[in-house]
Ligand binder design. Structure first.
Ligand code: RIB
Ligand code: CA
Length: 315
């Protein structure tokens, strides 16, 4: 039985790995991308908004609506990651300036309006960056919490610890206050943490397979990976780059590639030492109410096979 496609809004801070997630989504009939909403994160908002459109044009999809959102976290100063993603946020390959327009409406208002106009629990938010847009939408329109089908987010890490501090992952660290609001909103959540994404390190063979693809997309992803992976290879001594954000779309397409538990997951938003840390009660020792499907394992080969199969479908 073929299911109707998941209706998704991709909330993102491109970023090379965000870009690969967007390309995977636009090549997969299992999801319908209603829109892309951008947020400040890896690089400032003007760049994430330009990068999202560059990726849509690379995908041959200038029809996709891209909305710009919050240019800073709810309470804290913006922290960016040019050291990982480069000055443009998409370093590794030069893409032409986007010709497609940026939508006039603010992402937060688009999210509110879209959720209010759609049938309840039909739209999934795929969150690939700091959760500022979603949190602002919930603050402005608390009624939408009951209307979101699910939020599937790349963020956090518990057994793996953090990547920007010893205890915090970047998306949660940049806007912990936003994450705290989202995790308390009662919305069905699926968390894809570093515990999963650090298992999907690219390999030289897999990236070389992209370089050989007879389209623009494969070589572009290979060039992004060549750039993006140097940070993790230097830091962890690993052989490749973790493809964090594509795991969110991979979950939407083939959830059977992943496994985890429904547990309580909280975000530290105050402690100077551990701000942004995700506390996953994997052994249910706190007695706190479970609020999220916390994923811990992935079929690495199945994920990379899916990703290269879909990237190869681009002309
Ligand atoms: O920590 C990894 C996450 O932070 C990914 O979403 C990456 O794009 C950055 O936003
Ligand atoms: Ca991201």
């Amino acid at each position: 039985m073929t299911h109707s496609p998941h209706q998704i809004i991709i909330d993102t801070d491109p970023g090379q790995d965000d870009a690969v997630a967007i390309l995977l989504a636009l090549a997969s009939p299992e999801v319908k991308v209603l829109a892309i909403t951008t947020v400040a994160g890896n690089v400032p908002l003007a760049l994430t908004s330009a990068n999202a459109r560059k990726v849509c044009e690379l995908a041959g999809r200038p029809d996709i609506s891209v909305f710009a959102g919050c240019d800073r976290p709810l309470k804290r100063p913006l922290i960016t990651a040019e050291n990982v993603h480069g000055k443009t946020g998409l370093d590794g390959i030069e893409l032409p300036e986007p010709q497609m327009p940026l939508q006039a409406q603010h992402s937060v208002d688009f999210i509110i309006e879209t959720l209010r106009n759609a049938p309840e629990k039909t739209i999934t938010i795929c969150s690939l960056g700091p959760m500022t847009n979603t949190a602002q939408a919930l603050l402005k329109a608390p009624d939408i919490a009951a209307r979101v089908k699910r939020i599937v987010l790349m963020g956090g890490g518990f057994f793996e610890g953090g990547n920007i501090t010893p205890s915090a992952e970047f998306n949660m660290f940049v806007d912990p206050d936003a994450a705290k609001i989202v995790f308390a909103a009662g919305i069905p959540l699926t968390v894809i943490p570093l515990d999963v994404t650090h298992q999907v390190l690219t390999s030289k063979e897999w990236v070389d397979g992209l370089r050989r693809m007879d389209n623009q997309v494969g070589p572009a992803v290979a060039a992004w990976t060549d750039f993006f992976e140097r940070y993790d290879m230097e830091k962890y001594g690993s052989e490749g780059a973790p493809l964090h954000d594509p795991c969110v779309i991979g979950y939407m397409i083939k959830p059977e590639l992943f496994s985890g538990r429904f547990i309580n997951v909280e975000i530290e938003a105050d402690s100077p030492l551990t701000v942004g840390a995700m506390v996953a009660d994997w052994w249910n020792v706190t007695g706190r109410t479970a609020n999220a499907e916390y994923l811990r394992d992935i079929d690495r080969d199945g994920f990379f096979d899916l990703l290269s199969e879909r990237l190869a479908t681009y002309q």
